[in-house]
Design a protein around this ligand. Structure first.
Ligand code: ACO
Length: 324
C-alpha cells in the first residue's frame, strides 16, 4: 500500500480578450504566416486592465473545485506555479486562498517559469504522499502580457495569459503503475542557461519588473533533447512507454518543439493534446489549460495514463506521469 495524489477534477480560465496574429501584424512588423509556420500559434488571450494573475487563478480553482465536487474548506494546500505574481510579495497563492475563503493550511507560489506547473505538481504530490497535507489545489496561472516588450516581435507574438488548476486528493493505492494518481515526477534544472531566457528586471537587481528576453534559437536547440531525456526517465521509473500512455499533454510553447519531441519518442500524433494554436505559450498555465480542454471534450477519461512535460527559463524542465 502507498499514498497517491489522485486527480479529483480540473478547471481553467481564459481572459475574454483574444488577440489574433492579424491584430499583432497591424501593430508590429510580423505576419500570420510567419507566426503560424514558426510556432503554430494563431491567437492568444490577454488579461483585461485590472485583471490580475490571482483573479485568473481563483476562477480556474473554482472551476476545478466544482468539477471535483469538493468543498473548498477540504483544501489544506495550495501550490501556485507562476512567474507573473500580482506583487513581489505576498505570494499570489495567499490571495487565491483568501479569494476561495480558505483560512487554514498552507499556500505558496512556486517559480520555475514554463516548468512551473510540473514543479508545483511534483511539490504537492510529495507533500500529499508524505502525509503532511490531505487535499491540494495545484494551479498554474500567468499574465505574461504584463512582462512582454510589445515592440519586440521575436517574443511578444509567442505568449498569452490564462490559468488552470487540478484538485489532488491523498488516497491509498496498491503501489503499482496500475494505481490512479501521480505515478512519478522528475524535475531538472541547469542554471548555466539562465541568460537564454530571462526577465531583465527584478526587485533586487533593478527595482523594476522588467521585460522578457529570449535567445529563441538557443532555447529551441536545447528543448527537444532535455524534454525527451526527462520523459525517458519517467518511462523507466514506471515501466510505461510511448505505446502504453494514452495522452501526451506537453507544455504548449511551440508546435515544432512538441512535434519533434513526440516524433523522437515515437508517441503517436493522435495522442498529442495541442492548444498552442488558441492559447499561445501561457507558461505555467499551459499544461492545466490543455488538460482541461482534453477532459472537457471527452478525450482524457478516468483510468487514462497522461504524460506531462515542460521546459522553460533557467533552464528548468520536468516530466510527470498521471493515471487519471
Ligand atoms: N515576425 C516576423 N519575423 C520575425 C519575427 C516575427 N514575429 N520574429 C523574428 N523574425 C525574424 C527575425 O528577425 C529573423 O530575421 P532575419 O533573418 O532578417 O534576421 C528571422 O525572422 C528568423 O529569426 P529566428 O529567430 O532565427 O527564427 P526562428 O526560426 O529561430 O524562430 C522562434 C524563432 C519561433 C522564437 C524559435 O526560435 C523558437 O520557437 N524557439 C523556441 C523558443 C520558445 O518556444 N520559447 C518559449 C519559452 S521557452 C519554453 O517554453 C520552452
Amino acid at each position: 500500500m502507498t499514498i497517491r495524489s489522485v486527480v479529483l477534477g480540473c478547471g481553467s480560465y481564459l481572459p475574454q480578450r483574444v488577440v489574433t496574429n492579424a491584430e499583432l501584424a497591424s501593430r508590429i512588423e510580423t505576419s500570420d504566416d510567419w507566426i503560424v509556420q514558426r510556432t503554430g500559434i494563431r491567437e492568444r488571450h490577454v488579461a483585461a486592465e485590472g485583471e490580475f494573475t490571482s483573479h485568473l487563478a481563483i476562477n480556474a480553482a473554482r472551476a476545478a473545485l466544482a468539477a471535483a465536487d469538493v468543498d473548498p474548506q477540504s483544501i489544506d494546500l495550495i501550490v501556485l506555479g507562476t512567474s507573473t505574481p500580482d506583487n513581489t510579495f505576498p505570494a499570489t497563492a495567499v490571495a487565491v486562498q483568501d479569494g476561495l475563503g480558505i483560512h487554514h493550511g498552507a499556500a505558496f507560489d512556486l517559480q520555475a517559469v514554463c516548468s512551473g506547473f510540473v514543479y508545483a505538481l511534483a511539490t504537492a504530490d510529495n507533500f500529499l504522499r508524505s502525509g503532511s497535507f490531505k487535499r491540494a489545489l495545484v494551479i498554474g496561472a500567468e499574465t505574461f502580457s504584463r512582462i512582454l516588450d510589445w515592440n519586440d516581435r521575436t517574443t511578444c507574438v509567442l505568449f498569452g495569459d490564462g490559468a488552470g488548476a487540478l484538485v489532488l486528493d491523498a488516497q491509498r493505492q496498491d503501489g503499482t503503475s496500475a494505481d490512479r494518481g501521480v505515478l512519478t515526477t522528475h524535475l531538472r534544472s541547469d542554471g548555466r542557461h539562465k541568460a537564454k531566457l530571462y526577465v531583465d528586471g527584478g526587485p533586487s537587481s533593478t527595482q523594476t519588473v522588467g521585460h522578457l528576453r529570449m535567445e529563441g534559437r538557443e532555447v529551441f536547440k536545447h528543448a527537444v533533447g532535455m524534454i525527451t531525456a526527462v520523459i525517458v526517465d519517467a518511462f523507466e521509473a514506471t515501466g510505461l512507454s510511448a505505446e502504453t500512455i494514452d495522452w501526451f499533454v506537453p507544455h504548449q510553447a511551440n508546435k515544432r518543439i512538441i512535434d519533434a519531441s513526440a516524433h523522437k519518442l515515437h508517441i503517436a500524433p493522435e495522442k498529442v493534446v495541442l492548444t498552442v494554436d488558441r492559447h499561445g505559450n501561457t507558461s505555467a498555465a499551459s499544461i492545466p489549460l490543455a488538460l482541461d480542454v482534453a477532459v472537457k471534450d471527452g478525450r482524457i477519461k478516468k483510468g487514462d495514463v497522461v504524460l506531462l512535460e515542460a521546459m522553460g527559463g533557467g533552464f528548468t524542465w520536468g516530466s510527470a506521469l498521471v493515471r487519471w
